[in-house]
Design a protein around this ligand. Sequence first.
Ligand SMILES: *Cc1c(COP(=O)(O)O)cnc(C)c1O
Length: 366
Amino acid sequence: MIKFLDLQKVTQLHIDEINEAIQRVINSGWYLQGKEVQTFEEQYAAYIGTQHCIGVGNGLDALRLILRAYIELGIMKEGDEIIVPANTYIASILAISDNHLKPVLVEPDIETLQIDPSKIETAITDKTKAIMIVHLYGRCAYNDSMTDLCKRYGIKLIEDNAQAHGCLHKSKRTGSLGDAAGHSFYPGKNLGALGDAGAVTTNDQALADCIRILGNYGSSQKYVFRYQGFNSRLDEIQAAVLLVKLKHLDNENNTRKAIAKVYLENIHHHNIILPHVDEWDSNVFHIFPILTIQRDNLQQYLSNENIQTLIHYPIPPHKQTCYAVWNGLSFPITEKIHEQELSLPISAVMNKNQASMVAEVINKWG
Ligand SMILES: *Cc1c(COP(=O)(O)O)cnc(C)c1O
């Protein structure tokens, strides 16, 4: 049986270090807003290449807090528009609508599966305040034209880096390419905690200060409240676990790349489109997405062969009940991806032999 992702094994990879880290926190008697979080924030900011990192409760909160902070700072207001890819995970969009901002959905490019840079400018109106790019499946969605575009229109560039920890654009990491980035450390992500966890990275001091206050009930000084805030904090145990896992992230991403290479070199099937990879540094393969018009048939076939796959994602955001007003809209490229995408097993605990086996089985698919 080849699992899509064996989380027990993922944890087992570094179990001694993780146990030691957790024991250290338990024995310290200090569980929130302590030195584990502070150390993780310093190390993660240094890894991503930003001046600031603020640990928060999860990836959705990271994105919500970025936008809420821009509102508190007077840079955005209710009703303003945020451009976002139509084919993202729902959390990117929830963060926008939760702040009473308006998500403006833009189609992806069918080759990269990322927001189509050539379709962004026509979506900009005088209400647009930011472009939120999502490095979906672990692939860098950024290109240099986006920074120029944002400068020209005086708008922010926000990155959803939930799926792309460690990914590079030229020599800079995703999460340092725009004005602010949200990161998720959900257990299944490339850098995963043992529960919910997230972070914001930015070089903007005012934004960083505001987010830190907002995530702590809106308080910068005990029992004095500047904003109507939230409770969204990274806790000491998760920070200690993340400190262990951060050390191994580049290695684990290299394992994912090795698996991806085996798939790309060995899967040959007239009915399957493999992901295009032009720049190996710019993809950390959170997901290995293939496209096929007989997706459900292939998934069943692989399941019969004891190979687990998943679909990212079966229903696009504009077809979800929670966004009923969009249900009549048409985003053909997005819809095609959601109909045809299948995610092959890929993780730091898979080996190349298993990947070769998966490729062999796929090649025999009728
Ligand atoms: C996982 C994910 C999130 C949300 O992160 P959580 O920690 O689960 O809240 C946001 N955006 C994308 C693209 C994700 O994959």
